[in-house]
Design a protein around this ligand. Structure first.
Ligand SMILES: [Zn+2]
Length: 331
């Protein structure tokens, strides 16, 4: 009796044998289903000392050429091509390094990486290494926006608490955001870093005019959010999502409460909150909710600050709700 095993290519993706006639620019062409096989076996080095070092020992390894002494990180060569293929040896390098370029930031990732976004991705030359390692980058100061990490910024390697032996087991944060002890500690883990108290941007005191602007914007936001709450498409956008958001703007504070399909604006600060949103001009948020520009853009452009990087997801959902309401009006 044979056991039905799963195949690399599922059967539903394999076309039937056959041909058909297709008309292209008025001419008939015979189109035939055919195949080109490129099966291959691969190893991405999962069980190599480099990945096991990250996972089990919280160490960063490179390889040093026994002749020229060049240290390559990661250790991707067993023999040095510059030295007539002299053997290389495994060496540990330091966990502090410098950005060798300004990293681009990914805000809208593919589904595979969405749980990690927004993140920077850039190349770091660690002390003791001659080549750069590509790593993900984060900040502890709230949302990652351009300007926080640049070419030349000193960064520290941080290890995830749960490591599986992949490149995403580690990431970097600027050393300027860490204590001396944290910078010096080898194998610093994410749970040893304070992610919960980023420095909020300060808001100037409100003038009478600011208060009037705030009150007007607040009333409009309240009515838009009430509309969102009765819109089926918008409600779907926040299905299963629960967040209490404290919003601070010049002129006043209020709360946006998201609760599994329900959304409401409360005119006083909540007793506790999941994250803080600070936006100097309340009209910035109002415009986003009214679908006159994306709130995510305001975050990226530094006009609206959020206290937790990962809450970019919630901002994205608010944008979707604004779009859902706008689409419903078109139909
Ligand atoms: Zn060499």
């Amino acid at each position: 009796m044979s056991i039905q095993r799963e195949k690399v290519i599922p059967a539903k993706y394999i076309p039937d044998v056959g041909s058909y006639v297709e008309k292209i620019d008025g001419k008939d062409y015979l189109i035939t289903n055919d195949a080109m096989h490129t099966f291959y076996r691969r190893s991405k080095g999962e069980l190599s000392p480099f990945f096991l070092g990250l996972r089990d020992e919280k160490k960063l390894f490179g390889c040093r050429c026994t002749k020229c002494g060049l240290v390559r990180v990661p250790p991707f060569l067993t023999h040095c091509p510059d030295c007539n293929f002299a053997p290389t040896e495994l060496v540990e390098v330091e966990q502090v390094g410098v950005m060798n370029s300004t990293p681009p930031i990914t805000y809208f990732a593919t589904s595979l990486f969405q749980h990690m976004a927004p993140y920077g991705r850039g190349r770091v030359i660690f002390q003791g290494a001659d080549t750069a390692l590509s790593v993900n980058l984060y900040t502890t100061t709230g949302i990652l926006v351009p300007g926080i990490i640049k070419k030349g910024t000193e960064v520290k390697l941080v290890f995830r608490d749960n490591r599986i032996g992949e490149m995403t087991d580690v990431f970097c944060v600027p050393t300027a955001e860490l204590s001396k002890e944290q910078i010096e500690k080898k194998g610093l883990q994410e749970s040893e870093i304070n992610w919960e108290s980023p420095v909020e941007p300060e808001l100037p005191a409100a003038s009478q005019e600011d208060t009037a602007t705030y009150n007007k914007a607040l009333a409009e936001m309240k009515s838009i959010i009430e509309e969102m709450n009765t819109n089926e498409r918008a409600r779907k956008d926040i299905a299963g999502w629960k967040r209490d958001i404290l919003v601070k703007t010049r002129g006043g504070e209020f709360a946006i409460i998201i609760d599994d399909g329900d959304i409401k604006l409360e005119e006083e600060a909540p007793s506790s909150h999941d994250f803080v949103m600070v936006c100097d001009d309340p009209n910035t948020l109002l415009d986003g909710l009214a679908y006159r520009g994306a709130i995510t853009d305001s975050v990226i452009n530094n006009n609206l600050w959020i206290s937790k990087n990962m809450e970019f997801n919630t901002i994205f959902k608010l944008d979707r709700m604004a779009r859902s309401v706008a689409r419903s009006k078109k139909v």
